[in-house]
Design a protein around this ligand. Structure first.
Ligand code: ADP
Length: 142
């Protein structure tokens, strides 16, 4: 039923993967689907703040983010699931939606929000993904 499952992860918030990663892995095992882990880092580009960072700052951030994703999959994804790791640069919900479209994802799995923001049933990125994604979205609540 599912072939390519996209799991967007905020590496600064464990709540974005603690329950969502096992849920995505379970779906992948059941359907023999590929798991695609994506994290998004900000694009400093030509912004005012960019001048305060060393030139290769973005490359370093990308490298660290990729390592972070690899560490998560080493620890939490078994060898029986095929995993791809991706780092996007830009606005979180836009990159999630673009990536889902480009890779033809048939399911996006994501945590609803950080626990601190429990007054909101859906966080700002999650709600935009749910509203605009062309594929199914599996929202994981605490
Ligand atoms: P909150 O503001 O409470 O974190 P969000 O809607 O931003 O709520 O986060 C919900 C989900 O959005 C996260 O669990 C994750 O799947 C995704 N997300 C948030 N930030 C990022 C990021 N930097 N990279 C990838 N995915 C992210």
């Amino acid at each position: 039923m599912y072939k390519d499952v996209l799991l967007p992860i905020d590496l600064n918030h464990e709540s974005s993967w603690r329950k969502a990663l096992p849920a995505a892995v379970a779906v992948c095992k059941q359907f023999k689907a590929n798991l695609h882990l994506l994290t998004v880092i900000p694009d400093f580009g030509m912004s005012m703040v960019s001048q305060y960072f060393p030139e290769n700052h973005q490359q370093e951030m990308k490298k660290n983010a990729l390592e972070g994703l690899h560490a998560l999959s080493r620890e939490h994804v078994g060898a029986d699931v095929s995993v791809q790791h991706m780092v996007g640069v830009g606005t979180v919900y836009q990159i999630i939606l673009e990536t889902a479209k480009d890779m033809n994802a048939d399911l996006i799995v994501l945590a609803a929000h950080r626990p601190e923001l429990k007054d909101y049933l859906l966080g700002p990125n999650a709600s935009r993904v749910v509203r605009h994604a062309k594929c199914s979205v599996y929202v994981i609540r605490e």
